[in-house]
Design a protein around this ligand. Structure first.
Ligand SMILES: [Zn+2]
Length: 270
């Protein structure tokens, strides 16, 4: 089924029909289209640490939140560091990292079973992982770049949901959001060495290009992680979208450099 694209005037965003159809959540992955930012981050930049004004970023969040029907006050985000730490958040955390400062440091994944708490994570090519336990009615959202993938942040997110909420992986639906595709993601041997250690089937994820360069399939690696953790194959939605291939839709760190605008994933129980 994939992700579903929505166009509202200049604004473009994606939702996940498999999630929306449960009636339990609202889901979103942003694009660069439709915001008020200018310059290198022109469009719907959602990153506060970018060359952009705070008021522009807040305005961009307002535009997106209005369209998807989530209150901006509900958003919660963390300081992402390409680690594997997960934080359980509640209603008391709402606003952190968006409307007020966040004390959620060193954290790349968020989970909650509270309604109206909108988990928010940021992206520039890394892989967004969405989780919904349809039985225990709890959610998770995590940021999985190559380091997070090697340390298995997708598996960690599920384990934390199991620890706090009693989640069984068979009850979970998951989605892999827009992120860099294999053909766009060239890495050096040290990265591949890390993957060898983490994935016995690493050869399935890699295409050698010679001279110490490899193409790495981060999306597939994360899909395999979720399958290994017990999520049924039929429960996993893949966006099939590459942030680097689709220049008109997405910001991309690999394509545009570190000052590029930031995309966001949002997931909220309703
Ligand atoms: Zn690509």
């Amino acid at each position: 089924m994939g992700f579903s694209r929505h166009d509202r005037g200049d604004l473009v965003y994606f939702t996940i029909p498999a999630f929306e159809n449960t009636g339990l959540v609202k889901s979103c992955f942003s694009t660069r289209c439709g915001g008020v930012s200018n310059g290198i981050v022109k469009g719907l930049n959602l990153g506060f640490s970018r060359p952009d004004s705070r008021s522009n970023v807040i305005e961009n969040f307002s535009i997106l939140c209005n369209a998807i029907g989530i209150k901006i006050e509900n958003l919660v985000s963390s300081h992402q560091v390409h680690g594997k730490n997960i934080r359980r958040v509640t209603k008391e955390d709402r606003g952190k990292g968006i409307l007020r400062s966040s004390d959620i440091k060193d954290t790349d994944g968020l989970i909650t079973d509270h309604k109206d708490v909108a988990l928010t994570t940021f992206y520039g090519d890394c892989v967004p992982l969405f989780f919904l336990d349809t039985q225990k009615e709890c959610i998770g959202l995590s940021h999985s770049g190559w380091k997070g993938t090697v340390s298995g942040i997708g598996r960690e997110t599920l384990m934390e949901m199991t620890g706090y909420y009693g989640t069984e992986p068979g009850d979970v639906i998951a989605a892999i959001g827009p992120s860099i595709c294999r053909d766009c993601y060239e890495v050096d041997r040290p990265v591949i060495e890390k993957f060898k250690g983490a994935f016995p089937y690493w050869r399935d994820l890699v295409v050698p290009r010679g001279k110490g360069k490899y193409l790495l399939d981060l999306q597939q690696a994360n899909r395999r992680l979720l399958l290994d953790a017990g999520i049924p194959e039929k429960n996993i939605t893949d966006s099939g979208l590459c942030t680097r291939c689709n220049e008109n839709l997405f910001y991309s760190y690999r394509r545009e450099g570190s000052n590029v605008g930031s995309l966001a994933a949002i997931l909220q129980l309703i």
